[in-house]
Design a protein around this ligand. Structure first.
Ligand code: CO
Length: 216
């Protein structure tokens, strides 16, 4: 059996580095986590949540799946969301997509990849909804990236419409939902300018964000 020794070696060195920076780092962290942010991002290995925003362990609660999709029947995602909002009291939920997303590209190509096709149906629905806006772009790469952006906007709205976020706003818990997109080619985040802090903002901010894509 091959036991991946190099990863254990990496781990020992990493832990030592953390301790060198702050002696009681792990001791403190083991007692409690107090993150201000929930990150909902893509599983893509090139989009590591904490590294991108340079946050330490303990500073961000993270949920990742293929193409950062928030589905109202996904018990896994909803449980993460509920725990983050109700128990950890995060102040920000950040949906982060990325350009060149393989999940989005696969959804657009309508190919056969197995079980994942069922998951990607959600993306295909978004493509159908905004077909003219996506097909406006002539190059395939740009069409994919446009759908990556639209997917972020749609998933922000999906987060806002969960009973979890609705109930938090109802009891006046401060909670903002953000939509960001990450560039694989430059390592930079861009704000999709759809930051929603209450129920009334959902529809107008959604419409503005989609409109902005159309006139760019
Ligand atoms: Co992706």
């Amino acid at each position: 059996m091959r036991l991946l020794h190099h990863l254990f070696e990496n781990n020992v060195q990493w832990a030592a580095r953390q301790k060198k920076e702050q002696k009681d780092f792990f001791e403190k962290l083991s007692k409690q986590q107090n993150p201000e942010y929930l990150w909902i991002g893509c599983s893509d290995s090139r989009v590591p949540a904490n590294e991108i925003v340079d946050l330490l362990p303990g500073e961000m609660f993270v949920h990742r799946n293929i193409a950062n999709v928030v589905v109202h029947t996904d018990l896994n995602c909803l449980s993460v969301l509920q725990y983050a909002v109700d128990v950890l009291h995060v102040k920000h939920i950040i949906v982060t997509g990325h350009y060149g997303c393989g999940g989005i590209r696969a959804a657009m190509q309508n190919g056969k990849f197995g079980l994942i096709d069922n998951w990607l149906r959600h993306i295909q629905d978004i493509y159908q909804k905004h077909k003219s806006l996506v097909d406006d772009e002539s190059a395939e790469e740009h069409r994919t990236n446009r759908l990556c952006e639209l997917n972020v906007i749609e998933q922000v709205v999906n987060v806002c419409r969960t009973t979890i976020v609705q109930d938090a706003w109802e009891r006046n818990q401060p909670l903002a939902v953000h939509g960001w997109i990450y560039g694989l080619t430059d390592g930079l985040l861009r704000d999709m300018e759809i930051t929603i802090e209450n129920h009334e903002q959902i529809l107008p901010y959604y419409e503005k964000a989609v409109q902005r894509l159309g006139v760019r």
